[in-house]
Design a protein around this ligand. Structure first.
Ligand SMILES: [Zn+2]
Length: 550
């Protein structure tokens, strides 16, 4: 099973391979570099080769011609013929050499463009002189064409994600691109497609959520190893395999990912105040908006070694990806949780995302976020240090890394959210308790790592601070969370969709797509998820059954 994951990772990675051990990762970087080097050496060797082979050709011919000729006349005739032939051969050879030099120049240009790097100045000079002697079309016109192609390709990608205005603006930003036949056609096509769009009813948007995805089912579901925790994994977690099947189904059914901020956002009123205004999500007929979220993206200490990713990192391409350690301690980088899997899926199916939207990721605080032990309770120099925890001597560097990962996630289309500091039930605990907990999250996560920009809370256990009636500022818990900056509040609800647009907030119900929810559909005929998929087609056969209830 594990080797399956490895194979899968490898196939799906960035061009340089997606999933390998960290040390292999380093090795392959070196291998890549040295193979680039040896390629260049091959080029140089190839460059000299024709000279060497033509010398040997001439030597052979002249020595064989010396053996010919019987009398003076025929010798003279023969000599003339030989001179003519020699001249022809020399001309032919010159043509061959020129052709070869051209070929080498083309190869050098091609390889250099491909690899995009410059080496020693000697090689540069040689290449430049070849280019000057035989001015190839490529260097003079290609950069312009490439820029137009790049703009048109980028505009196409934006249009596939329903951002027709953005795509048009981009093309028009380059007059040459806008005037090109392809550019003109694209502009007309975007107008036609935009005219067909239909506005989504924001009160009918379904919101589904997940926890960390299971990479190694055999490990995570091993009850002898993890005790009751294995039941918990079976209950509330989804496996990578199941998640991928769901994505395929959602996409096939016309779902398109949107952000909570697309559904509604705080806008200025006529009187200068701010209020929550419904967003205008425009999609082609047959498409329907959907929100995906993932809770507890912290890679908790207790999950270490249990068959989940251990942290999100920024990959070599600047995009977020996962670090994973298998049960034997081997390390891998690649598609080991929702983020990189969803990123690849949207790359392959741009029309699954509305203007680049991905998912909303929620963090508690007590174990830090994203797999980094950033909380003050890990800081040996803090008054808040918790002696029960292993001090993180590297905490400042880890905080900086977590900030960079959070930024990379936002750049990639993710929204970031609170899930309380201590995974508390905000319905049940007292106001003071909730306030203390929310303050700790605000300090350790929002201010320390998220630039103070977070305005979404996904309640742990779905435990809301109010019933289904509209929130009021008389509700002290709501009022306090609002004062901290929260405007988006998500509980858990079994309805297909539940959206409440308040005057100064948006509230939405979420549906858990986990082991127990699927099992209820399969074994108890609950029909909870049938609008989304047939659970029996998704449910992993590696799960122990019956799946224990919540
Ligand atoms: Zn949770």
């Amino acid at each position: 099973m594990f080797s399956d994951n490895r194979g899968r990772g490898k196939n799906r990675r960035r061009p340089s391979g997606n999933s390998y051990r960290n040390n292999i990762y380093e090795d392959s970087t070196r291998t890549l570099r040295s193979s680039v080097g040896s390629d260049s050496r091959h080029e140089q060797a190839g460059y000299r080769k024709p000279a060497g082979s033509s010398y040997s050709y001439r030597r052979t011919r002249s020595s064989s011609s010396a053996r010919h000729g019987r009398n003076t006349a025929t010798r003279r005739q023969a000599a003339r013929r030989r001179r003519r032939n020699r001249n022809r051969r020399i001309i032919a050879m010159i043509v061959l050499i020129i052709a070869f030099v051209l070929l080498v120049a083309a190869v050098v240009f091609g390889v250099r463009k491909l690899i995009g790097f410059f080496r020693g100045s000697n090689e540069e000079i040689a290449t430049v002189s070849v280019a000057e002697t035989f001015p190839a079309e490529a260097p003079s016109t290609e950069p312009v064409q490439t820029e137009i192609d790049r703009i048109l390709a980028e505009a196409d990608f934006m249009a596939m994600q329903y951002d027709y205005d953005g795509a048009k603006e981009l093309i028009k930003s380059n007059p040459e691109a806008a005037a090109s036949p392809e550019g003109t056609a694209a502009l007309a096509e975007y107008d036609a497609l935009k005219a067909e769009l239909v506005e989504q009813d924001i009160t009918q948007i379904t919101h589904v959520f997940f926890h960390s995805l299971i990479v190694d089912e055999e490990n995570a579901f091993n009850k002898e190893k993890w005790g009751k925790q294995a039941d918990g994994y079976n209950q509330v977690m989804t496996t990578i395999e199941e998640f991928e099947k769901m994505l395929d189904k959602f996409y096939a059914d016309g779902y398109v990912l949107v952000r909570l901020h697309d559904i509604a956002s705080m806008q200025e009123d006529e009187d200068g105040g701010l209020s929550m205004k419904r967003g205008s999500i425009m999609l082609p007929p047959g498409k329907q908006a959907m929100v995906i979220s993932q809770d507890d993206v912290c890679y908790y200490e207790y999950m270490e070694g249990a068959g989940f990713a251990d942290r999100i990192i920024v990959g070599e391409d600047g995009k977020p990806t996962c670090h994973y350690t298998d049960k034997d301690g081997n390390e891998f980088v690649g598609e080991y949780d929702l983020v990189p899997i969803l990123d690849r899926f949207v790359e392959e199916h741009p029309d699954f995302s509305y203007k680049g939207a991905k998912a909303c990721l929620a963090f508690t605080g007590y174990n830090g976020i994203l797999g980094y032990r950033t909380d003050e309770t890990y800081d040996p120099n803090s008054d808040m240090y918790d002696s029960e925890k292993e001090a993180n001597e590297n905490i400042e560097a880890d905080r900086e890394t977590a900030r960079q990962v959070a930024k990379a996630l936002k750049d990639a289309g993710y929204e970031l959210a609170s899930h309380s500091w201590g995974h508390r039930n905000y319905t049940d605990i007292s106001f003071d308790h909730m306030k203390r907990d929310a303050d700790r999250w605000e300090k350790n996560v929002n201010q320390e790592l998220l630039n103070g920009e977070c305005d979404i809370i996904l309640f742990p256990f779905g435990a809301d601070v109010g019933d289904w009636h509209a929130y009021s500022h008389d509700n002290a818990k709501f009022d306090y969370l609002w004062a901290l900056g929260f405007r988006y509040f998500c509980n858990v609800d079994s309805a297909r969709y539940w959206v409440q647009l308040g005057n100064d907030y948006l509230r939405q119900g979420r549906r858990n797509l986990d082991g127990y929810a699927m099992w209820q559909d399969i074994a108890e005929g609950k029909d909870k998820l049938t609008d989304l998929f047939d659970a029996s087609e998704i449910f992993s056969d590696k799960r122990p059954t019956p799946v224990p209830g919540y």
